[in-house]
Design a protein around this ligand. Structure first.
Ligand code: HEM
Length: 466
């Protein structure tokens, strides 16, 4: 039995009926009509949307890999940019993918993500950003200069040191970030997937492909090779691992480096611009964070990640931002390349594109009261403690901003830590106010700027000292 769903024109199916950039809205409409599993076709390709958190977990976490929907479909970037899927993000879920993901996470934590020295470097990058935006007078666009800081944070993760903006390693990251984010845009990537030969022709697609490959070469020459010789960050940590895990090739390390640039800058930009935007909208939330910050950290000491566990309200704001704005409203594409799968009595054909609809999960009004309101307190118990850790709470089953299962996000810890530092380092000494001229755009998440990652609309604010 096939899952129910909207029909459509022969072959084209629903291919012309919605924009890939706001697929989550269309998927959510269809869920109302067809239920928890919806299937439709796009240019002959079956597409399945899972609208219920338990189903998403079941499909994406199944222990038996044959019945888990954890592969990625063939893709242009995986094939031609990552050199035949020598990476994690675009690779099917074979044992090599699972091992590379496991080792990368291990090395990420060992060399960096949880080390105090690295946190100090991350914190200084963010403090520099805060000093820069708070020095500006009048109405400022605080997101404009964020991208440089995000690339510098990747520099810290990869090399274990701060890179200046004229360092060739930093420039290699920033250039790859620009080209990679352009080629990964769904509308661009879709064209290249259907017509991969466009990469050989002059014109927009051929130029973009050439530029991306040049950036890849620079990344290899100016960062990866240098880190291979000496270093103390994630990249040199992966090279060290080659001694015990001899299946790790140099090309895989380059693939991982490319993956983490593209998965981390756009998403981090979404969550940081998103939380600053909401704070500008809600001064009372800023005040409560400030009070908590002063009680735990004081006005002089620099906030550190270790303070986070003592600041439940601040953590609740971070969780609520992730729920409310659901920056990745649908998961990356999943598929099962080897077998057909039975899910809740429905037949999911091999090779179907499968998505988890995280947007719907996070705004389901049967679980979240007033889902379109920004209410950090929903994550707090009556005594003010954080509810997030309590798995018996039904709503926590409905919180999955980083996906679930074998393909879930590798940057969860990094993201929580960074959001905490961006929020506290700014609010300890400053207040975010609406612009003097003009109004703030709406804070309703349905008005976020669509794309692979939802972004806050362009906004101006004033930063004033406390
Ligand atoms: C900033 C907020 C972030 C959010 C909301 C987010 C969310 C997600 C989601 C929803 C997925 C897809 C899961 C799936 O396909 O089922 C994902 C995958 C991934 N994320 Fe993140 N992410 C964030 C930041 C990061 C960062 C900072 C990194 C790296 C340091 C990262 C690395 C990855 C990687 C490598 C994957 C692919 C894993 C795989 O294919 O197995 N993410 N993320």
């Amino acid at each position: 039995l096939s899952p129910p769903g909207p029909g459509g024109l022969p072959y084209i199916g629903q291919g012309l009926n919605f924009s890939v950039n706001s697929a989550h809205k269309q998927f959510t409409e269809w869920a109302k009509e067809y239920g928890d599993i919806v299937m439709f076709r796009m240019f002959g390709q079956p597409v399945v949307v899972l609208n219920n958190p338990d189903l998403i977990r079941k499909a994406f976490s199944a222990k038996d890999i044959k019945s888990s929907i954890s592969d990625r479909p063939p893709s242009f970037i995986g094939q031609f940019v990552a050199g035949q899927y020598n990476d994690i993000l675009f690779r099917k879920y074979d044992p090599l993918c699972a091992d590379l993901k496991r080792v990368t996470i291990q090395v990420m934590y060992k060399t960096g993500a949880s080390k105090a020295e690295l946190e100090a470097l991350v914190s200084s990058e963010i403090q520099d950003y805060v000093s820069k935006i708070s020095a500006a007078e009048g109405d400022v666009d605080i997101i404009e200069s964020l991208q440089t800081t995000l690339c510098k944070l990747i520099g810290v993760l990869y090399t274990g040191k701060r890179l200046s903006t004229d360092d060739p390693s930093f420039q290699a990251i920033a250039d790859f970030d620009r080209a990679g984010n352009e080629i990964i845009t769904p509308s661009v990537h879709l064209v290249l997937k259907v017509m991969p030969w466009l990469r050989h022709l002059p014109g927009y697609y051929g130029n973009l492909f050439d530029r991306t490959m040049q950036c890849k070469e620079r990344l290899k020459r100016d960062l990866i090779q240098k880190e291979k010789e000496a270093g103390c960050g994630l990249i040199s940590g992966l090279f060290e691992k080659q001694t015990t895990e001899n299946w790790i090739t140099d090309d895989m390390i380059l693939g991982v480096a490319m993956d983490l640039i593209n998965t981390s800058t756009l998403t981090s930009r979404g969550v940081i611009s998103g939380v600053y935007f909401l704070l500008t909208h809600f001064p009372d939330v800023q005040d409560r964070i400030y009070q908590e910050l002063i009680a735990v950290v004081g006005a002089d000491r620099t906030p550190a990640v270790a303070d986070m566990s003592m600041m439940p309200y601040t953590q609740a704001c971070i969780l609520e931002t992730l729920r409310f704005q659901s920056h990745l409203p649908i998961t990356a594409t999943h598929t099962n390349l080897t077998d057909d799968v039975e899910l809740e009595g429905y037949h999911i054909p091999r090779g179907a594109s499968v998505y988890g609809n995280l947007w719907l999960v996070h705004h389901d009004d049967r679980v979240w009261s007033e889902p379109w309101k920004f209410k950090p307190e929903r994550f707090l118990g009556a005594d003010g403690s954080l509810l997030h850790k309590d798995p018996s709470l039904q709503q926590m089953r409905y919180f999955m901003p980083f996906g679930e299962g074998h393909r879930s996000c590798m940057g969860v810890r990094v993201t929580y830590d960074r959001m905490f530092l961006f929020v506290t380092l700014l609010l300890q000494r400053h207040r975010l106010l609406p612009p003097a001229e003009g109004a703030l755009p709406s804070s309703d998440p349905r008005d976020l700027v669509p794309g692979t990652v939802l972004q806050a609309p362009k906004f101006y604010c004033r930063i004033v000292p406390r």
